[in-house]
Write a protein that binds this ligand. Structure first.
Ligand code: C5P
Length: 301
């Protein structure tokens, strides 16, 4: 069957409902235990067969497009499956960018995951999900989640070892990104320093218990008050703008306010939609991105 001419995929954002740094590895990466959750807000990526690899987009595509993860993903796939793709096959991508970058929402990773899926289809490879996940893991630790078949997943290893997790309580979510950028390697270093200086050095080991408890209590909103992100204290200590947005959201009494990934975004979980909307309106003027959304209950087809 030949592939259709133009395909479009949503590129949802993710939040981390739980994030524990469990250890430091020989390769410089960290061992994580995280609960990934896709949300119903994100970018949109289209692609059509073309005679070169090109990326178009509006203002949201910043920097040199050649360095963009979308083109890197397509190039990696083309190199790896060279024998099955005509040498002159290209793709023209069009990205509608809404998600901020350097924000802990996985925006660039979600775009790259969609690029791998689009390239696999449009170049008639139709690769199995496991092969796409292996390619995605080479490009970034968060990309496999966006290729996984469930919107809620436990992530271990660098975040690339995934298992489906039960659906969370259907909260209304505020995501707010203050006008600062958090460098991920810096955040890991700060989390290490915080662990040494404040927590006494040892890595925590709560992940297994968290998984067990989440599996039982995922449907109970009060369970979410105990969520944790090991980046939160050290990142908020270094960024007063993030702390201020965290406090402003907290004033609306959500079930939980938390940093997503290594920041800079903060999210808040609300039971009532009008509370969520009021909180978004209050923080939007001091944010580069602010949205009221919901937790995704299915992944894009
Ligand atoms: O894989 P990704 O590009 O997201 O990683 C960016 C950086 O974050 C890595 O170079 C590494 O310094 C750090 N990192 C880490 N442990 C992880 C994921 C990322 O130390 N599990």
């Amino acid at each position: 069957m030949t592939a259709p001419a133009l395909l479009t995929l949503p590129c949802p954002a993710k939040i981390n409902l739980y994030l524990e740094i469990r250890g430091r590895r020989e390769d410089g990466f960290h061992e994580l235990g995280t609960l990934f959750q896709a949300v119903n807000a994100g970018d949109t990526l289209s692609a059509e067969p073309w005679d070169a690899l090109e990326l178009y987009g509006g203002e949201g595509v910043t920097g040199n497009p050649e360095d963009n993860l979308i083109l890197k993903a397509a190039r990696l796939l083309k190199t790896r499956y060279e024998a099955r793709i005509p040498r002159d096959a290209g793709l023209r991508f069009h990205l509608t960018k809404r998600l901020p970058s350097g924000a802990g929402l996985g925006g660039g990773s979600s775009d790259a995951a969609a690029a791998l899926r689009l390239a696999s289809t449009l170049w008639n490879l139709n690769l199995p999900t496991a092969d796409l996940i292996a390619l995605g893991a080479e490009l970034g630790s968060d990309i496999p989640f966006f290729l996984a078949p469930t919107p809620t997943a436990y992530g271990e290893g660098r975040g690339e070892r995934l298992e489906p997790a039960p659906a969370p309580y259907p909260f209304h979510v505020v995501i707010a990104t203050p006008p600062c950028h958090v460098d991920t390697p810096w955040a890991y270093r700060e989390a290490g320093r915080y662990r040494q200086e404040v927590l006494g050095g040892a890595f925590g080991d709560s992940w297994t218990r968290f998984r067990r408890e989440y599996a039982v209590h995922a449907g109970r909103p009060e369970f979410y008050a105990g969520l944790r992100n090991d980046f939160e204290a050290p990142v908020m200590a270094g960024f007063p703008e993030i702390r201020a947005v965290h406090e402003a959201l907290q004033a609306f009494a959500p079930v939980k306010t938390m940093l997503s990934g290594s920041g800079a975004s903060v999210f808040a979980l609300f039971e009532r939609e009008d509370d969520a909307r009021a909180a978004t309106e209050a923080v939007a003027p001091r944010c580069r991105y602010a949205v009221t959304t919901s937790l995704a209950s299915h992944t894009p087809a």
